[in-house]
Write a protein that binds this ligand. Structure first.
Ligand SMILES: Nc1nc2c(c(=O)[nH]1)N[C@H]1C(S)=C(S)[C@@H](COP(=O)(O)OP(=O)(O)OC[C@H]3O[C@@H](n4cnc5c(N)ncnc54)[C@H](O)[C@@H]3O)O[C@H]1N2
Ligand code: MOO
Length: 433
């Protein structure tokens, strides 16, 4: 990493009033991400929740397995259990039936060589027996069962105690975002509760005098506030607790009251609008009153302006993300900077985003020197390869192109034009939490 990419440098440069920032001075996306990566929240208190309320929550401490799963060696097939020494012959194997073991019964008494036990899937293996021959393989005449040599190896069709989870081992690591399989895994350990971090509280507001609430007649010069609805949905899908503080007029007193309330009530404050260079904007000045806020001009499209900082009100501290007002820019900035940060400060150690390398049949014009995010539909072509088609007009106010898309094409900073048939990286949006 050169000096150019250190967070400190990003910090210093971001202090420059953004209306003076020339495009060449804009901050790189990876530089901004690295800065955001080191923002943190004060320590929070974990609590235990019942499994049915744990989906999507973040595990606060390693879960150590209190028992072996399965608890006993058991049969993986319906058939006959026997001792593998009985396989040491080139002749058909003949065994004498001693009894029956069903799932849910305690282990049967020990058997000896030459004996076998009728056994059902999941039943505890009788002591001394280590192999199961499936019933399809045997011929049975009264108490005698026979099967050919060579079809079964020692240990076949037997599940070992602890082969899924070993007592004393870490079954789930702190930082895991609980998925359906994890909930089942905790249940398989007999645990009814799990320690999780509290849900992150995120206050959401939009700024601008033009904003009207959906459901109300649109005033002259007005637009409906869509950002608060997309952002609310993005946050809800992420599993955080959202405090919707509404649309705030671009007036210092109103902004001061709204940001003050947001900071006091939430871990993270997310606003949209007012972070660029507009004449009427008081948003940036008010944000700056609450703490150390950086007003970035980013080398990206869409989503050039972004405010990031740590703010305080009444002794309560919060992180602040001021997203650009244009609807697509606000969403792209959320995906590029906010989503990962929210997961991280909520205690999660998320796995890296799954991305797709897709062919773009159409060429794409791209200037090196900025990261571009384009909306596209990614699907398999007739040859079974991933292929992406852009969803029309890519202006940062064209929310319909985002609505049609199932992925974001990410063209990195240094990238130049993509020739027809070139390969691009796509972030699949539909599969995200
Ligand atoms: N001279 C310059 N002008 C602009 C620049 C620049 O660098 N120099 N940057 C442009 C870019 S890029 C963006 S993005 C916008 C961002 O500006 P703001 O964050 O200050 O946002 P606003 O000016 O408040 O609004 C921009 C645009 O978005 C609409 N908007 C705002 N909030 C909402 C909402 N909640 N729901 C739907 N739409 C919203 C607003 O009406 C404007 O049309 O600035 C460019 N200008
Ligand atoms: O953030 Mo702006 O164009 O990049 O909409």
């Amino acid at each position: 990493m050169t000096n150019d990419t250190t967070p400190n440098h990003a910090h210093a440069r971001a202090q420059t009033p953004d209306h003076k920032a020339k495009p060449s001075e804009a901050i790189r996306v990876d530089e901004a991400q690295a800065f955001i990566q080191q923002l943190s929240l004060p320590a929070r208190q974990a609590s235990r929740v019942p499994l049915r309320q744990a989906l999507g929550r973040v595990v606060a401490e390693d879960v150590v397995s209190p028992l072996n799963v399965p608890a006993h060696d058991n049969a993986a097939m319906d058939g006959y259990a026997f001792a593998s020494q009985d396989l040491q012959t080139d002749h058909p194997i003949s065994l004498t039936l001693a009894g029956t073991s069903l799932a849910g019964q305690a282990g049967a008494t020990a058997l000896v060589r030459g004996q076998c036990q009728r056994i059902m899937t999941g039943a505890v293996m009788p002591a001394g027996l280590d192999t199961v021959v499936p019933q399809e393989w045997v011929q049975r005449a009264g108490d005698c069962i026979t099967f050919p040599p060579g079809v079964i190896k020692p240990g076949d069709n037997r599940r070992l105690a602890g082969e899924d989870l070993r007592q004393g081992g870490v079954a789930l690591q702190a930082g895991k975002i609980l998925q359906p399989a994890d909930i089942g895994l905790l249940a398989s350990l007999g645990l009814g509760e799990v320690a999780v971090w509290p849900r992150l509280r995120v206050a959401l507001l939009s700024t601008g005098n033009e904003l009207c609430e959906p459901g109300v007649a649109l005033g002259a010069g007005g637009i409906y506030d869509s950002n608060r609805y997309t952002l609310f949905a993005l946050l809800e899908r992420l599993g955080v607790e959202v405090l919707d503080l509404g649309a705030v007029r671009d007036e210092p007193a109103a902004l001061r009251a709204a940001f003050g309330q947001a900071i006091q009530q939430a871990d993270v404050v997310i606003s949209s609008g007012g972070v660029s260079t507009g004449e009427a904007d008081h948003t940036k000045a008010v944000m700056a009153e609450f703490g150390e806020v950086l007003f970035w001009q980013l080398a990206m499209r869409p989503g050039r302006p972004l405010a990031v900082g740590r703010v305080q009100a009444d002794g309560h501290s919060a992180l602040l993300f001021g997203l650009p007002g244009n609807p697509v820019a606000a969403m792209v900035a959320f995906y590029a900077f906010v989503r990962g940060a929210l997961l991280r400060v909520s205690g999660a150690q998320p796995r890296p985003l799954l991305t797709v390398q897709a062919i773009s049949p159409q060429g794409i014009r791209k200037k090196p020197g900025r990261t571009e995010f384009l909306r596209g539909i990614v699907q398999r072509n007739a040859q079974g390869q991933w292929q992406v088609e852009l969803t029309g007009h890519q202006g940062s106010g064209i929310l319909s192109s985002m609505s049609q898309a199932n992925g974001l094409v990410v063209l990195p900073h240094e990238q130049g034009d993509i020739p027809p048939g070139g390969t691009v990286e796509v972030w699949p949006l539909d599969s995200l939490n």
